[in-house]
Design a protein around this ligand. Sequence first.
Ligand code: RAM
Length: 359
Amino acid sequence: MRKSSLRRSGAALAAATSFALALTACGGTTKSDVKSDNASAASAGKADPNAATKKGLTVGFLPKQVNNPYFTTSDKGGEKALAELGSKYKEVGPSSATDTSGQVSYVNTLTQQQVNAIAVSAQDPGALCTALKQAMSNGIKVVTYDSDTSPGCRNAFVSQASAEDLGRTEVQLLAEQIGYKGEIAVLSAAQTATNQNTWIGYMKDELKDPKYKNIKLVKIAYGNDDAQQSFQQTQGLLQEHPNLKGIISPTTVGIKAAAQYLSGSKYKGKVKLTGLGTPNDMRKYVKNGTVDGFELWDPAKLGDLAARTAVALVSGQITGKEGETFKAGDTTYTIGKDGVINLGKPTVFDAKNIDQFNF
Ligand code: RAM
């Protein structure tokens, strides 16, 4: 008994030591590496747009949540792109969208495994920063995709679309659906999610326009990207606010659960629902009159661009500085302010076009 527990603690110590060694293997954090979280962490040196694309790299994808079909699709896009580029893909991640300490552990594991790059969708803007900075100081390139960290904690952010456009257009869609009048609510994902919080910020700003003077945002609820919690939060919103006219759910998990609740209730077709959903999840709710229209980008294309950005960073074709350009597939992307790369414009789906999309 004693012997085995001693052996176990010996093994734990050895593991901890080799982990610490791995973390400092490529040089510890120097003062100049430590930038404020607000300034983008573009890599040092100059980009060489003509540098050869490196092969045989390993890029670790770390989504907010592994059992979310949205991330299954996005990360498959990353896997496919990496195979095309002659590099390797791996995916690790928590099963809950509110497990920030789980995400931190996965960053540390990927650092220990000395992957060449990490592509991460952050559950929280700050929680991963220490771990990601440690990864970067070990020479690992860090790309956030879908949900950013503070800019100083990654080299570049691959954004699904302009965050401002997404926030404003969701309000515009709902306002039209409810005739510019009535109480509305937001059903979000995790309370700390960078992407949802940024979009909600733009929604609130959009609502300041006098044309929305008869619309009142009464509540922001959080379903934590969990189907059951999102369903219950929808039910709660309608109980608390019997005059509710519309809900915006900027999460694929939330909008699906809200649609499911509404379609089986007396509110079907009366309380409007829009936000960000996948056509495959939402098709039946559009067809049965629960939902008029909603939007999204192609998640597989987001994963594809995250993978290609990671490889371009490792290859030295870009460093993450504003104004740098690189080719991803057939498209040339330009890095914007704070190291942000925009995938493109989202698509609005409704009864007329939804059958043309399969994701
Ligand atoms: C959920 C996640 C993800 C978000 C989409 C719209 O799957 O919260 O981060 O981008 O919805």
